[in-house]
Structure formats: structure tokens, C-alpha cells
Write a protein that binds this ligand. Structure first.
Ligand SMILES: Nc1nc2c(c(=O)[nH]1)N[C@H]1C(S)=C(S)[C@@H](COP(=O)(O)OP(=O)(O)OC[C@H]3O[C@@H](n4cnc5c(=O)[nH]c(N)nc54)[C@H](O)[C@@H]3O)O[C@H]1N2
Ligand SMILES: Nc1nc2c(c(=O)[nH]1)N[C@H]1C(S)=C(S)[C@@H](COP(=O)(O)OP(=O)(O)OC[C@H]3O[C@@H](n4cnc5c(=O)[nH]c(N)nc54)[C@H](O)[C@@H]3O)O[C@H]1N2
Ligand code: SF4
Ligand SMILES: [Mo]
Length: 882
């Protein structure tokens, strides 16, 4: 087997980025001080050397300052023996008293496949409950269900190369530029090389991804089904049906067409001309890929949206062939691997179904399992409801932060807080979820772990250890296996290495292959430890019959009949509709430089400058009606909860809509957890929450004062509004409150932890203004700026003064002869918006490349290029209108 590769340069270690499902290869070179230098791996087939802003900044996220280095029981340091004995004892006792379904694991698409496999084996095979679900329920469940309905298996048909070979790429519910940046860059490069390639972006918001779109369809939130149903009807009417493919390989065409034809596409809010243009582009282009992500999945009709899309590809036979097919892009680095190992409560490993007796019995025999549950376990939302109701009495949360990321997050937080016994395995004890645990187990993180992940195109890559495990941290598979042994299952959990687990998994996949399943990597069963160590990225399946490639182009599907299914899809409205009390539809999602609940990206000063506080996007007309001005604060309230967010007024969003990022936690903001606002409404087929369609009211938050501070030390903010972020050599903090403190200097000292610093201050009580600089040993260790309106100082200037000379800090702006760079756009070279705008006008720059030549901006990872293009456009439109 030639599955090895030489490492070059010599001391760089080949590994895989732990963020998005693109799964980029990384060359990491340890620097000997717990950091590393990072480069894209030119030989990795996902990225060919590219990395985005998050991947490039990985070296800034491995410091140990916030890491948990030993187990903790009830807040006290504990030995591994005592902590794991306690976990095993509590789980055993709870099961003995209340049965196996009184315990649950909630795991994550960021676990490696080997970790995930062991967690599943322990719960489903040995504890005998199916109460193991994963954050992939919030992420990919609708796609899984949609794929299974259409193809009889949860399989992405295509490859990334299809995105380069397509003549039309339709992106729906995907902000690819920010969420899968390297894939986006591959499309940008392909489009440049073949300008005839066209891109359509379907998203209620005008996102950065629109930069490459020939057509942007700002459809009404939740209305994708109506658009794709119309497309199916047009496919039939315009004679674009692949009748032979449908006759030979597809069931359900007539019913699907009937449903589609009766659907009213005006629900989309798009004009007839726009709809026609879209349908004509799609129908007239053979090589079309439809890429979809959370705008599709996270909906009460998520599975239906997926099938409305697969219907169109099946009807035209445009699937599994070069340059064509439906393409679900996965979110997490191992979202796909999790689906393969059976991470969801209704799955077994290797695409086997828990509720299929033959599959269940095959796995039971293979595992020599004492018992197997016969029915699916609780899906995430129901699981936390059962925790809240006291039905689940022992819960183990691994590699995910549900107190922040689950819908109805306050209720989830309270449920966890009220649970009899909670174990959390994480890198840090500071997450909103870990703070509620009885036992916190220190896991190794990216850069320390070893194992495999599968990306969006079914490519299995290795994550490799670059650094030693810090303190007493242990690998997730090792912790799980140890608990399995302590619960009495010695032989089944006697693993010594991830390679051993991988081989067992590969062997099970061979059995799945014999049962007719597609996930079969039995060709890797014989892999030695060395071969596992040196494994190069490879595509499944890997068995005697085939290696990698596309699925379904041959018309062979994995349903009992071997034929694909088209489904009758009827438009269903969102379950919550705006009301006079809650008039706004709240959409939620991601920003370019943060990852989920920020436990890693917020450690990087570079990544923290792009968007440094939680915000809500609102249309200018809505802001005006609410009396909101730029940079005001707004109280956003839903029937579930409330948040306090900075207002970002923009016409990128439609009337009646609002958008807020999902990232902020109680660790970084006073009230920035947007999932506190999201109702726990789920798709009836997949159980995936509708995270993009909360209803909210928005009102101006009348602060008596606003503040901005910088500090070398972590701040201790107490005001009703605060948001903190890392900055070079320290922190930056936004503040606001309703009660004005009497003594701003005392306030600043308490906030910034500088009781003994020398204070320089300028105060104007009549205007409610104060500027205080705190100096220790001649260096500026803190500064606080207070005003009655949002503080008009230059943040980008001030963050660079932290720890430096205190002179001029009180001015809050650069001297008149030194321009203010403005908010960071290019994170790699720290180039601000004002610098870019000035260069564009003064140097008459006409392209993103020209900006790069002048300022370096956009020339490293390229993640900011869509924003550079938008700045160019903003300067050129008025000129053109003159
Ligand atoms: N920077 C960054 N990248 C990430 C992540 C991250 O945290 N940060 N997380 C990763 C993960 S786990 C995931 S799952 C992916 C998610 O990747 P994406 O799905 O691309 O990201 P989101 O921002 O959640 O949502 C995508 C878009 O759906 C749109 N949308 C909302 N409602 C609708 C609708 O009804 N119809 C349509 N057509 N669109 C709608 C939103 O406006 C939004 O722009 O990103 C991955 N990549
Ligand atoms: N409103 C709204 N809510 C959403 C979404 C949305 O679009 N809108 N998106 C949903 C989606 S798609 C997703 S994927 C989820 C993500 O939500 P979460 O999974 O809750 O978010 P993360 O911050 O990625 O949590 C990962 C945790 O694991 C820890 N960790 C990292 N590496 C390791 C490791 O190797 N081992 C262990 N044991 N721990 C580790 C991290 O420190 C962190 O605490 O959020 C969902 N929630
Ligand atoms: S696109 Fe960025 S975040 Fe995603 S895997 Fe590649 S480097 Fe990592
Ligand atoms: Mo996700």
C-alpha cells in the first residue's frame, strides 16, 4: 500500500485545520515555546497551499493561558483516577437506578473520528442507550435526512473539483466567502480562469459571497422550497427533464412535480423576472452545482429544502458527474466523519441504521456488545428538554458548548445547571457550559491530538500532534475508553492508540459494505501504525472494488430498490411569524474571523479586530423608525430571552429582518448570546433547530453613558453592557450603563485591575465626558474613555498603544499628521478601512490586486478580498453617478 509521504520541509508536521469542513491541509512547525508557525500544505487536495484568516492564525490559539491542565471535581483539582472513578460510578449508579436512558452524551463534529467512534460504541453498545447526539444535529441533520430520503444514504455525491468544473454554481443559504473561504477562493480562481462560469447567490442578506455573484436573489427568509419547486416545474415545462435517467433510476417524479407545480413562487418575494432569470440559467446550463448550507438546513423545513434541491438534480440527471450535483458543504472539520461513525442518535457507525434490525445485529455481533438500543435516542433539543425535566440525570458534554449554541439557550443553560451530574470535556474550564459542570476533564486540543477527520468531499485526512499534551490533558478517545473500562467493559475499550481504533472502524465498515452500505473503508483494515502515522489524504470508499470518486453518476442509489427518490415537497411557513409585539425576523450566523463560541479564535488578537463586539444588522429605514443611530445599542428581545447588541445599520439586509452573529458568549459580552433569543423549534424530519428564524422586538437601549477601554490585563467589567476582545498586548472593552458612577478614576482602576497605577485624566462632568490613562512604570497599562454618546475615539489607533508610551493616549486619535487606520479589514497585515479608502482614492486603485500591491491587504490568506471589492465598489459608484 503506497499511503505514505515524505515530510518537507523537514520539521514541519502535516496536519489538518480544525475549523471548517473545507478541511485544509496545514504545515505546522513548532516554535519550541508552545506556539508554531503555520503554512498551507501545498500537497493537500482541499486547499493546495491556501489558508484563510482563521487557519493562518492557528498559531495564535495554542497558548496555555486559559487551558485546563488537570481534572476538576466541584471546582477543586482532582486526580484522573478519582475524577474518572467518579464519572464511571455516577453513570453506573444512575443506570442501575433509572435505566440506561437516564444518561446521555452530547458530543461534537469537532471530535476526531476515533474519539467519536469510541463515544458511540460506549453509549450505544455498552451502556445500551441511544442517548448520544451531537452538535451536528444543529448543523447537518437536515442534509443527512434529505440525503437519506433521496439517495437511501447520507452521501455527498461530488468533489470540490466539481465546483471548478461547473459552468453555473448556485449557492443557497451559504456565506461561502466567510464560512468556507478556501473553497470560495477556489471558485474565484476558477471563475477568473473561465469567465463564462456564472454564480448565483440565494440569501436574504447581501453577504460578502455576493462579490462573485452574477445574480443575487434576496429571497424572503425561509422560502427556498418555493423557488426550487418553481425550478422543478420549469424543468418539466421547458423540456429539460432527463427522461431516461428518471425512468431508469428515479422514483416519485410525478408526485414531486405535482407538488412543485401547485407551489406559489411569489412567496419568495422575488420578481417574476428574477425567478425566470434564475430558472433559465439553471436549466440552460448542464454543468450546475447547487451548494447549500445553514440557510437551508437550519429551518423548520430544512429537510424539505434539501429535497427540493435534490429533486431538481435528479430530474435532470445532473448528479455525480463532473461539474454537476447537489453539494452540501459541511460546517465542522469532522461533521462528515461524525456522520460516518454514526454520531447522531438515530445512526450506527458506517452508515448503518440503528432502527434496522439487521444492521443493529451486525454491529452488536462485531462489538460483542451486551445490549443495543432498538430505537433512536433523544435528538439534541429533546435531550436538553429531558435534562431540564430531570429525566436525564447524568450528562457528559464533549467538545461543544450547548449553553451558548443550543436554541433557547437560557433554558438549556438552566437545564444543565439543574442536572444531577454533569461532566464536561473541554480545553478550558471557562466556557459557559464548563462552568456548570460537576466534573471538568481536560482534553487535548488541536495541535496535540492525533487521528482522522473527513471533509465535505469525503476526503479523510490526518490531524497530527505538533505539541505535547499540556499538563495532564488526555485525548478524548483515551478518556472515553478509560471510563468504559471503569464501567466494567475492559476488553471492548482496551485501546492503545488511534490507529487501533481506526483499524477496528475500517473492519466494521467492511461489514457495512457487505450489507450494501456505501461507507466502506475496509481497504485500510491492514494499515500498520506507521502507515496510519504517514497516511496521506484519501477519499472513501476504499475497498477491493473502488477508491474514492463520485457517487450516483451511474444511477445506482442505496435505497432498497436501488433507485433514487424524488419527494413531493410542499411549502411550509416558519412556525413563528412576526407579530406586532415581535415584528422582526431574526436571522443568525457567522462572521469571517470567529469560530462558534470563540473559545479559540478569541485568543487571537488578529482575529479579534475584524468584528470586536456582538452586533445586530438592521436596515436603515428600520433603524430610523426605531430612532437608532449608527453605533447605538439595542435591546433585542424574543419570547425566549433578550440580548444587548451594537447596531450595525446596513442595506445589506432587508426590511423587517435583523441579523446577529452566533458567536458571543457570557465570557466575552454581558448579553451577547443570541441563542437566548431563538425558539427551540425543529424540523419535523431531522430534528434540526430553525436557528435562522427567531422573532424579536428591537428597541434603543438608553444608556446614560458609553465607554471604551484598553488594558494590558483582562478586564473585570460589571456594567449592564460590556464586550471584551483581545488586542495586541492586551484587551479592548466596550462599555455602557444607565447609572453613572461617581468617580470615573476609581471605576477605571476597578475595571482594569490597576489600583496603584498613576492616573492622567481629563474630565468634563457637565458633558459627562472623561478620559483617563493609567500608567505603571512609565507604560500605558490602561485607558478609559467615557461619553454620553457612543465614544468617538479611534479604536484601531488606541489598541496599538497598549503597553506603550502613555503620551497622546488621552487624545484618543492619532495626531493630525498621522492618519487613523480605521477598523481592521485585512487581519493578516492589519490594514484598516480608512487606510484602504484613502489609498483607493489617492492612488486611483481600480482592483483588489492593485490594493494588494499598494498595501499588502488581501495578499496573504485572501479572506478579506470580498470586503476589499466592496470598498472599491463603494468608492466607484458615486464616481460613476457623477
Ligand atoms: N468564519 C467561520 N466559518 C465557519 C464557522 C464559523 O463559526 N466561523 N462555522 C462552520 C460551521 S460549523 C458551519 S455549519 C458553516 C456554516 O456556514 P454557512 O451556512 O455559510 O453560514 P451561516 O452564516 O450560518 O449561514 C449562511 C447564510 O444563510 C443565510 N440564510 C438565512 N436564512 C436563509 C433562508 O431562509 N434561505 C437562504 N437561502 N439563506 C438563508 C444567512 O443570511 C447566511 O448568510 O460554517 C463553517 N465555517
Ligand atoms: N443561533 C445559531 N445557533 C447556532 C448556529 C447558528 O447558525 N445560529 N449554528 C449551529 C452550528 S451549525 C453549530 S456546528 C454549533 C456549534 O456550536 P458549539 O459546538 O457549541 O461551538 P464551539 O465553540 O465550536 O464548541 C466547541 C467546544 O469544544 C472545545 N474543544 C475544542 N477542541 C476540543 C477537543 O479536541 N476536545 C474537547 N473535548 N473539547 C474541545 C472548545 O473549547 C469549545 O468549548 O452551533 C449551532 N448554533
Ligand atoms: S477554509 Fe479556513 S477555516 Fe476552513 S479549513 Fe481552510 S483554513 Fe481552516
Ligand atoms: Mo455547524
Amino acid at each position: 500500500m503506497n499511503k505514505t509521504v515524505a515530510i518537507d520541509p523537514p520539521c514541519a508536521i502535516r496536519t489538518t485545520c480544525p475549523y471548517c469542513g473545507v478541511g485544509c491541509g496545514v504545515l505546522a512547525t513548532p516554535d519550541g515555546a508552545n506556539g508554531m508557525t503555520i503554512k498551507g500544505d501545498p500537497d493537500h487536495p482541499a486547499n493546495f497551499g491556501r489558508l484563510c484568516s482563521k487557519g493562518s492564525a492557528l498559531g495564535e490559539t495554542t497558548s496555555l493561558d486559559d487551558r485546563l491542565l488537570h481534572p476538576q471535581v466541584n471546582g477543586e483539582r482532582a486526580s484522573w483516577d478519582s475524577a474518572l472513578d467518579l464519572v464511571a460510578k455516577k453513570f453506573r449508579e444512575t443506570i442501575a437506578l433509572h435505566g440506561p436512558d437516564s444518561v446521555a452524551f452530547y458530543v461534537s463534529g469537532q471530535l476526531l473520528s476515533e474519539d467519536y467512534y469510541v463515544a458511540n460504541k460506549l453509549m450505544k453498545g455498552f451502556i445500551g442507550s441511544a442517548n448520544i447526539d451531537t452538535n451536528s444535529r444543529l448543523c447537518m441533520a437536515s442534509t443527512v435526512a434529505g440525503h437519506k430520503r433521496a439517495f437511501g444514504t447520507d452521501t455527498v455525491p461530488g468533489l470540490y473539483a466539481d465546483l471548478e468544473q461547473a459552468d453555473l454554481i448556485v449557492l443557497t443559504g451559504s456565506n461561502l466567502a466567510w464560512c468556507h473561504p478556501v473553497l470560495y477562493q477556489r471558485i474565484v480562481a476558477a471563475k477568473k480562469a473561465r469567465p463564462q462560469m456564472q454564480v448565483v447567490n440565494i440569501d436574504p442578506r447581501r453577504t460578502a459571497t455576493c462579490d462573485i455573484a452574477d445574480l443575487h436573489l434576496a429571497l424572503a427568509p425561509g422560502s427556498d422550497v418555493a423557488l426550487f419547486n418553481r425550478l422543478l416545474a420549469e424543468i418539466q415545462q421547458q423540456g429539460a427533464l432527463d427522461a431516461a435517467f428518471v425512468a431508469d433510476h428515479v422514483d416519485g417524479f410525478e408526485a414531486a412535480l405535482d407538488a412543485a407545480s401547485s407551489c406559489d413562487s411569489s412567496i419568495t418575494g422575488l420578481s417574476e423576472a428574477q425567478i425566470q432569470q434564475f430558472c433559465n440559467m439553471w436549466i440552460s446550463t448542464g454543468k450546475v452545482v447547487t451548494v447549500f448550507s445553514q440557510g437551508v438546513n437550519q429551518s423548520n423545513a430544512g429537510t424539505d429544502k434539501v429535497n427540493a434541491i435534490t429533486n431538481c438534480h435528479l430530474a435532470t440527471g445532473r448528479i455525480g458527474k463532473p461539474g454537476m450535483g447537489p453539494f452540501s458543504v459541511t460546517g465542522q472539520p469532522n461533521a462528515m466523519g461524525g456522520r460516518e461513525v454514526g454520531g447522531l442518535a438515530n445512526m450506527l457507525a458506517c452508515h448503518l441504521d440503528l432502527e434496522n434490525a439487521e444492521h443493529r445485529s451486525a454491529v452488536k455481533t462485531f462489538w460483542e456488545a451486551p445490549q443495543m438500543p432498538e430505537e433512536a435516542g433523544l435528538k439534541a433539543v429533546d435531550m436538553f428538554r429531558a435534562v431540564g425535566a430531570g429525566k436525564i440525570k447524568a450528562l457528559w458534554v464533549i467538545c461543544t458548548n450547548p449553553a451558548v449554541s443550543m436554541p433557547d439557550a437560557d433554558a438549556v443553560r438552566d437545564a444543565i445547571a439543574g442536572c444531577d451530574f454533569v461532566v464536561v470535556s473541554d480545553l478550558t474550564a471557562d466556557t459557559d457550559t464548563a462552568k456548570l459542570a460537576h466534573v471538568i476533564l481536560p482534553a487535548t486540543g488541536w495541535g496535540e491530538k492525533d487521528g482522522t477527520v473527513t471533509n465535505s468531499e469525503r476526503c479523510i485526512s490526518r490531524q497530527r500532534a505538533v505539541l505535547p499534551p499540556p499538563g495532564e490533558a488526555r485525548h478524548d478517545w483515551d478518556i472515553l475508553a478509560d471510563v468504559g473500562r471503569r464501567m466494567g467493559f475492559h476488553a471492548a475499550f482496551d485501546y492503545q492508540s488511534p490507529a487501533e481504533i481506526f483499524r477496528e472502524y475500517a473492519a466494521l465498515s467492511g461489514i457495512a459494505g457487505q450489507l450494501g452500505r456505501d461507507f466502506d473503508i475496509s481497504g485500510l483494515v491492514e494499515m500498520s501504525d506507521d502507515e496510519f502515522d504517514n497516511m496521506i489524504p484519501l477519499y472513501w470508499p476504499v475497498n477491493a472494488a473502488r477508491a474514492g470518486g463520485r457517487f450516483f453518476g451511474d444511477g445506482r442509489f442505496f435505497t432498497p430498490s436501488g433507485r433514487a427518490r424524488m419527494l413531493p415537497i410542499h411549502f411550509r411557513t416558519a412556525l413563528t411569524q412576526p407579530t406586532p409585539e415581535y415584528p422582526f425576523r431574526l436571522n443568525t450566523g457567522r462572521v469571517r474571523d470567529h469560530w462558534h463560541t470563540m473559545t479559540r479564535t478569541a485568543k487571537s488578537p488578529r482575529l479579534s479586530q475584524h468584528l470586536a463586539e456582538p452586533f445586530v444588522e438592521l436596515h436603515p429605514a428600520e433603524a430610523e423608525a426605531l430612532g437608532l443611530k449608527p453605533a447605538d445599542l439595542a435591546r433585542v428581545t424574543s419570547p425566549q430571552g433578550s440580548a444587548l447588541l451594537r447596531v450595525l445599520i446596513t442595506d445589506r439586509i432587508g426590511r423587517g429582518q435583523a441579523f446577529a452573529p452566533m458567536h458571543w458568549t457570557a465570557q466575552y459580552a454581558s448579553a451577547g448570546r443570541v441563542d437566548a433569543l431563538v425558539a427551540a423549534i425543529t424540523d419535523p424530519v431531522s430534528g434540526q433547530p430553525a436557528s435562522k428564524s427567531a422573532v424579536v422586538q428591537i428597541e434603543k437601549y438608553d444608556a446614560a453613558w458609553y465607554g471604551f477601554a484598553i488594558s494590558t490585563r483582562a478586564p473585570d467589567p460589571r456594567s449592564p453592557y460590556w464586550a471584551s476582545a483581545r488586542a495586541p498586548r492586551g484587551w479592548r472593552i466596550e462599555l455602557a450603563g444607565t447609572e453613572t458612577p461617581e468617580d470615573w478614576e476609581a471605576y477605571a482602576r476597578a475595571l482594569l485591575g490597576t489600583p496603584d497605577a498613576q492616573a492622567l485624566s481629563v474630565q468634563d462632568p457637565a458633558k459627562g465626558a472623561a478620559r483617563i490613562a493609567l500608567v505603571e512604570d512609565g507604560a500605558l497599562t490602561g485607558a478609559l474613555f467615557i461619553a454620553r454618546a457612543p465614544v468617538p475615539v479611534s479604536r484601531s489607533h488606541l489598541v496599538h498603544l497598549i503597553g506603550g508610551a502613555p503620551q497622546d493616549a488621552l487624545a484618543g486619535r492619532p495626531a493630525a499628521n498621522r492618519p487613523d487606520p480605521g477598523a481592521t479589514i485585512c487581519a493578516c497585515f492589519d490594514v484598516g478601512v480608512n487606510t484602504i479608502l484613502t489609498a483607493i482614492t489617492e492612488q486611483h486603485l481600480l482592483s483588489v490586486d492593485a490594493i494588494g500591491e499598494a498595501l499588502n491587504a488581501g495578499t496573504n490568506c485572501g479572506s478579506c478580498r470580498p470586503e476589499l471589492a466592496a470598498l472599491l465598489a463603494s468608492t466607484q459608484v458615486p464616481a460613476a453617478a457623477e
